[in-house]
Design a protein around this ligand. Structure first.
Ligand code: AMP
Ligand code: GLY
Length: 430
């Protein structure tokens, strides 16, 4: 089977690495890919948001199956376009990708089907948004409705901050058209977790839970990022919590989407706040998390390709996925300046041989190959640059191995958090 993976980050490197190991895959392409992906797939210079280019390539190259990594092409309708062209793909259609593409759409669905989430209001103008803020008081959360690269959520401790957030999103258009509408939400307390489920339109097959570290600094300080590290499984989602999440959140969401005439197919990423009242939905994403996907692919024992195909084919009912017993943990190495303006072009050394460490795999995200003098070197070309992933018998061992690998990488132009997995490590000590 000829497979095309769309995207070029650490998530797509992990997907390509795992798909390329499948005996079902005869040829693997990745658009646009990156130098790490190039070790296992043929990279083609087509952007993940170039829908015309991707569809033409898939037709010309007789691609049998397209796996879409990022949200933007899903929300723009790539799966609809490929389906029209007769090409099978993994990911939701545009109407179902609204679960990620519109926070207002998601909140209305959750409310309609009584799925636990924070109380909220949706507003198309700044004045009525501010009236709602005045009624509810602070702390309160202000969110741009549309896709804002993970930055459209503002946690406000005071009413003044909330009013300023409304102005920034709706009046100054800090996130462009994503701010045509705002959602204002109750502030939720608890511990966050990410829960991943394959969904074929009607059946939900749970994969695993993970915990992400969104803040840039150690101890969860500083501005939010796309994710500075993750580990899976996570003790906050034990067997009882897993069962509650499936029953109270996942199944009603999958059934609700089908009833609405927009059945969801692909991977549903449930962002949860687990507090005293149980699990509540913070957000849905219509794709694998990054770096959570790196952890999941390292832990997955089964061939991933049949699982992705069964999802696309509506055949998950009797399907199962097997996992290694080990924990996987990813440390993101980011370019200095991230999440503001990351410094580009700095040379990354010491990569050779890191993968030879036991249980370690370095996935590339924002890297590029360049010629410097007579040498080919790997340089930074984005914010999040490497996803250093390791497995171990517990979080502490996986963490130790991941940082041992990080310490072999010679990259003065980058940094990482030193405490990925701290909540679980603290629990393991008790
Ligand atoms: P989102 O992009 O919706 O995942 O939001 C980004 C981050 O903001 C989440 O990971 C949470 O840490 C935080 N957050 C979002 N909504 C809420 C809420 N209602 N209460 C508390 N924190 C929130
Ligand atoms: N790691 C969070 C995300 O992929 O959105």
């Amino acid at each position: 089977m000829r497979v095309l993976v769309v995207g070029g980050g650490g998530r797509e490197h992990a997907l390509c690495w795992k798909i390329s190991a499948s005996p079902l895959c005869s040829k693997l392409f990745c658009a646009p890919g990156n130098p790490g992906i190039a070790e296992t797939a043929t990279c083609v210079a087509i952007g993940a948001e170039d829908l015309d280019g991707l569809v033409t390539f898939a037709k010309d190259e007789k691609i049998d199956f397209v796996v879409v990594g990022p949200a933007a092409p899903l929300v723009a309708g790539l799966v609809d376009r490929l389906t029209q062209a007769g090409i099978k793909s993994f990911g939701p259609r545009k109407a179902a990708a609204q679960l990620e593409g519109s926070k207002g759409f998601t909140k209305d669905l959750l409310a309609k089907y009584n799925i636990p989430t924070g109380a909220y209001g949706r507003f198309k103008d700044a004045e009525s948004a501010k009236t709602f803020v005045a009624q509810k008081g602070a702390p309160i959360v202000v969110k741009a409705d549309g896709l804002a690269a993970g930055k459209g959520v503002i946690l406000c401790q005071t009413v003044d901050e909330a009013n300023a957030a409304v102005d920034s999103i709706m009046t100054d258009r800090a996130f462009g058209a994503a701010g045509n509408e705002v959602v204002i939400e109750e502030f939720l307390y608890g511990e966050e977790a990410s829960f991943f489920v394959l969904v074929d339109g009607k059946t939900a097959l749970p994969l695993a839970a993970a915990q992400d570290h969104k803040a840039v600094g150690d101890g969860d300080t500083g501005p939010n990022t796309g994710g500075m590290g993750a580990y899976s499984p996570t003790p906050v989602v034990d067997a009882a919590m897993h069962a509650r999440i499936m029953k109270e959140i996942v199944i009603p969401t999958v059934d609700g989407m089908a009833k609405e005439g927009t059945p969801f197919t692909g991977v549903l990423f449930v962002g949860l706040m687990i507090g005293e009242e149980g699990p509540k939905v913070i957000e849905f994403n219509a794709r694998f998390g990054d770096p959570e996907c790196e952890c999941l692919m390292m832990r997955m024992k089964s061939d991933v390709l049949p699982a992705l195909l069964a999802t696309a084919d509506g055949q998950l009912a009797n399907f199962d996925v097997r996992w290694h017993d080990e924990v996987a943990l990813t440390v993101i190495m980011a370019a200095n300046g991230y999440p503001g303006t990351p410094e580009k072009g700095t040379v990354i050394g010491g990569l050779t041989g890191v993968d030879a460490l036991e249980g370690v795999k370095v996935f590339h995200a924002g890297t590029k190959e360049e010629t410097r003098g007579a040498e080919k070197v790997i340089v930074a070309s984005g914010g999040r640059v490497l996803a250093v992933t390791a497995t171990g018998k517990n979080v502490r061992e996986a963490q130790a191995r991941a940082y041992q690998a990080v310490d072999l990488i010679d990259w003065p132009g980058g940094f990482c958090r030193r405490d990925i997995g701290w909540r679980a490590v603290a629990r393991e000590k008790n």
